[in-house]
Design a protein around this ligand. Structure first.
Ligand SMILES: [Zn+2]
Length: 294
């Protein structure tokens, strides 16, 4: 099915689906509802966002095959679909390794055009990669009944292919890994990341939001969680600005790469945690050093 007939198909199915489902969200369940049948699922890997309504199931990110199976089993109780869509926020394995499980369940996969390219480039066996059926370059709108789902590209940031997924009518946006909430982020320079681009993106997205917008984050410090407001986007923008500024000042003062990058924390950002060496301030500063010198 090509894109226009698919969208028409979605639009046709929307007739007579004004009623929202009564969601069953179980205690101690990885499913949490935010509002209007839209919520989060946390298990392992990047936070899954979901919309479950009569006629439609829209999912953002697929984690891993085992957690994807758990997700699909849980969502089946919500009495949503039969149109089923998976969006990949970007190519990283903790957001796309469950793609095959979703495809087997009949989901149609959407992503920015760079995502399949980057998935295959990073794979041991590119032929085994399960990538999007449909890609876009600037933005893509899906008519899912009484919800317009807008995938939007804002340029290089966490990777070269990040989408922000806006559930426009419900004023909720899934940020993928464009927000690590009070957690040193992974900045995938080899996968197209740009700290400067990321700063601009967070500012633009927060300009497009209002005080009622709720954002879903790919990862979060447990104390701060995986949902929040545009204030959290601007906090992350300020952190990334500090990373670039600190590095530029060190370079201008003639300090060595070692001296610039071997610090464990910034006094202004005491809440940031480092779950591993991989997600740490020295790592972030080394990427900034490369961005400013290469
Ligand atoms: Zn990522």
């Amino acid at each position: 099915m090509n894109r226009s007939s698919f969208l028409k198909h979605l639009a046709l199915l929307s007739a007579g689906t004004a009623l929202l489902p009564r969601l069953k969200v179980f205690q101690n369940s990885p499913f949490t509802e935010i509002r209007n049948g839209i919520g989060t699922f946390s298990m392992r890997g990047g936070t899954i966002g979901w919309m479950a309504r009569p006629g439609f199931t829209v999912v953002v990110d697929s984690q891993y095959s085992d957690t994807a199976s758990d997700f699909l089993e849980g969502i089946s109780r919500f009495d949503s679909g039969p149109e089923t869509v998976l969006i990949n926020s970007h190519h990283h394995g903790d957001h796309t390794s469950g793609n095959g499980t979703f495809r087997e369940a009949g989901y149609r996969i959407f992503a920015h055009e760079q995502v399949p390219v980057l998935q295959r480039r990073g794979a041991d066996n590119p032929d085994e990669v399960v990538a999007a059926d449909e890609t876009y370059s600037e933005n893509l709108e899906l008519d899912a009944g009484n919800e317009t789902v807008l995938l939007k590209y804002y340029g290089n940031a966490h990777t070269g292919g990040d989408s922000v997924t806006w559930f426009e009518n419900s004023n909720i946006a899934h940020m993928g890994d464009l927000v690590f909430n009070r957690l040193y982020p992974f900045i995938d320079r080899d996968g197209g990341a740009s700290i400067e681009g990321w700063i601009n993106l967070l500012e633009r997205v927060s300009d497009e939001a209002d005080s009622d917008t709720i954002f879903i984050f790919g990862h979060g410090n447990p104390e701060f969680g995986i949902t929040g407001s545009s204030a959290d986007l601007l906090h992350m923008r300020d952190f990334l600005s500090k990373v670039l500024e600190h590095t530029q000042q060190g370079i201008s003062a003639g300090r060595s790469r070692e001296e610039i990058t071997q610090i464990e924390s910034f006094d202004e950002f005491p809440d940031y945690i480092s779950p591993s060496d991989f997600l740490s301030l020295p790592r972030n500063l080394n990427v900034a050093y490369r961005e400013l010198t290469e």
